[in-house]
Design a protein around this ligand. Sequence first.
Ligand SMILES: *Cc1c(COP(=O)(O)O)cnc(C)c1O
Length: 409
Amino acid sequence: MTDEFFSRAMQLDAADPLAGYLEEFVPPADDSVVAYLDGNSLGRPLKSAQAALADLVTGAWGTGLIRSWTDGEDPWMNWPERIGDLIGRGCLGAAPGQTVVADSTTVMLYKLARAGVAARPGRDEIVLDRDNFPTDRYVLEGIAAERGLRLVWIDSGVEDGVTPDQVAAVVGERTALVVLSHVAYRSGWLADAEAITRIAHDAGALILWDLCHSVGSVPIALDAWCVDLAVGCTYKYLNGGPGAPAFGYIRAALQAEIRQPIQGWMGRAEPFEMAQGYVPAGGIRSLVSGTPPVIGMVPVRAGAEVVERAGIEAIREKSIALTSLAIELSDDVLAPLGVRVASPRDPHRRGGHVTIARADFRSVNERLWREGVIPDFRAPDGIRLGLSPLSTRYADVVTAIDRLAGLLR
Ligand SMILES: *Cc1c(COP(=O)(O)O)cnc(C)c1O
């Protein structure tokens, strides 16, 4: 059965307009990797990132030294906005001046959510869903406790995700903020961000989208959808490297009324005056708190550049083809072995990964890793096949599922 799929995958790879991008990634140093299907958790390193990191150490850091913060054409001080604008342009549908790179996703999420609820005084509810990523739920639980707010939970399904109807049923005049993931980390459900944003606005609430699992994989149009606030990871489909900083977005029209809670010197006007009292820098810069993570931003820039060059529409087209192939293979080869697809079958409601499930998948995943086939496991019983269009081949999908079927037999 898989022979037929292998030859089809070879043809798809041969005809793939994005196939050449694989060459731009650093190859593994040994043959321990048979198929890497976890780019949705940690994207692979780019050769351009490797070169830029080496250049930074000898050049801007080793030679420019402290001067590199402020001197030259591309001073480090401006990187949060510069690289933010690059991500905004290539991935977010965001005009310049609305995106910065800083902090971890968790911290950025806290800052934006905390600022969002403060911008809707008199409203005391935050809407979120049960299957949102744990850090999102925990951060919002903390903000609710801190501010005396009530959490309104949507019971999203583990195998699908939040719908506009579910949001419409719970928002109202008490809703300050709605916080949801654009692509669900577990099922891969792609929420209708435009419709849900409109519903939140009709209720007078602000919306905060978590784009961790969609940025660099699914086209996003923050400006056109009128999104208020957004946050996302750069180490997943943007290949920014382990622990790379997050990005945060605040719609231009809202920036004057949004006041983020971690008032640090790097978001202040004239930071080197070392003056008394915090005065926001103004614009999106006010979202920055401390010293920009320069080293961490080097691979982020390389990753965002390659996504922009490849084009998010082309990436999405291949992503749909990859996930469709994974589902077709699962139905054909794995379903007879008791595996079910735990992701949306409608490609318009599916992001860049496919989750398949069986009761013993925790231990099966460990065995797969030992064989060099590397997806990841998500409790209770799911293996996520993360398919990164710039570095995943169709043949990788077939190899992984063929090996998995071998283990299950
Ligand atoms: C990966 C991910 C995070 C990670 O947050 P960190 O602070 O970078 O650990 C947060 N939210 C979602 C939805 C994610 O997928």
